[in-house]
Write a protein that binds this ligand. Structure first.
Ligand SMILES: NC(=O)CC[C@H](N)C(=O)O
Length: 358
């Protein structure tokens, strides 16, 4: 009989059904997404987290590699009411512990009321509650994962779309989802994916039309070099950012970020554009937020549920960022035009740079 225990920071130990063996620890979070488990489980933003699905059945349309956002599963463990055999086998083959037959409603309300918390997981033939508690003891706070960029970024620059005629994008990979690269390639961009700790010279060598800071896991203040790149380039190069990228841009330009109680994770987060009054449905996955944008940035979009900043523009600089995931995957495609806006921003800058005839 496979035992499965989930030890929570509030002292409780939940018992479930073991679906993939192993021990793990991480920050316990939940997503309300009812589709997109393949994308969520391969999203690097979930590194060092334990992902609880509030939707009760996970796996009902199989496991397809073409939906993956990266080449491995990123959450440390996965929890659900029910995982299908497909998903359980996939997680087992990835060495990622999985537990189901849990009261996930209880897990969600616990996190909602108490905030994201540490947890320890133990799944296997002979594991005990103590094994799960030991994992919990060893669990570090998310902000203490100071080297998290190293765990998710490319080691060396990779170039995609070298034959494309469009804009050149330097995408700083802090844990980028594959569909951000795909969204840029679909718009004819040449995309240079740079390591999270790329130097100023590395970016200069690309001579990008846009410096684009990706999504990624953990606390934005732990991405010091990406913050530095934004500071260095923002005067002369348009800057874009998604999710962690928005937070990094704010940190670089005099703003501040803070940890939210339990964050936004799901595919139906409503976002209001303050200028047009339009509301769009968005995919989200974040636990930090911009607290103050600072004097160089203005908030252009907010979350309808809690007014947190969802879109930010530069005041005197060419900057556009989004807290949500405009590339969708999973989720509604209301927001794909963000990529058109980013490339148009780059275009207008290169037009300005053309010297006048006289
Ligand atoms: N999806 C992301 O980029 C997540 C950003 C950041 N790690 C957060 O939790 O807020």
């Amino acid at each position: 009989m496979t035992e499965a225990y989930v030890a929570l920071e509030d002292g409780r130990v939940l018992e479930g059904r073991g679906r993939a063996p192993g021990t793990a620890r991480g920050e316990l979070v939940f997503t309300t997404a009812y589709t997109g488990y393949e994308e969520s489980l391969t999203d690097p933003s979930y590194e060092e987290q334990v992902l609880t699905f509030s939707y009760p059945l996970i796996g009902n349309y199989g496991v397809r590699e073409e939906r993956f956002e990266d080449d491995r599963v990123h959450p440390r463990a996965a929890l659900a009411k029910e995982f299908t055999e497909d998903v359980a086998e996939w997680l087992e083959s990835e060495g990622v512990p999985a537990v189901d037959h849990l009261d996930t409603r209880e897990v969600v309300t616990t996190i909602r009321d108490g905030g994201a918390m540490k947890c320890g997981i133990a799944v296997g033939e002979d594991v005990t509650e103590e094994d799960a508690k030991e994992q919990l003891e060893a669990c570090e706070a998310m902000s203490d994962h100071t080297e998290i960029g190293e765990q998710v970024s490319v080691d060396e620059t990779e170039v995609y779309g070298a034959d494309n005629d469009g804009q050149t994008v330097a995408l700083v990979d802090c844990g980028a989802k594959g569909s951000i690269v795909d969204s840029l390639l679909a718009r004819d961009a040449e995309v240079h994916v740079l390591p999270h700790d790329a130097s100023v010279a590395d970016v200069e060598a690309v001579d990008p039309d846009v410096l684009f800071i990706s999504n990624g896991p953990g606390d934005p203040v732990n991405f010091e070099q990406a913050i530095h790149l934004v500071e260095e380039f923002v005067e002369d190069t348009p800057v874009a950012g998604i999710c962690l990228g928005q937070q990094i841009v704010a940190e670089a330009l005099g703003g501040t970020t803070e940890k939210m109680d339990f964050g936004h994770r799901g595919v139906n987060q409503p976002v209001l554009d303050l200028a047009s009054g339009q509301v769009v449905m968005t995919t989200q996955n974040h636990g930090y937020t911009v607290a103050e944008p600072g004097e160089h940035l203005e908030v252009t979009q907010i979350n309808v549920n809690d007014d947190t900043p969802e879109g930010i523009d530069g005041i005197e600089y060419d900057v556009i960022t989004r807290q949500y995931h405009p590339e969708a995957n999973p989720g509604p495609e209301d927001t794909l035009d963000f990529f058109d806006d980013v490339l148009a921003m780059a275009d207008s800058r290169s037009e300005q740079a053309v010297p006048a005839d006289d």
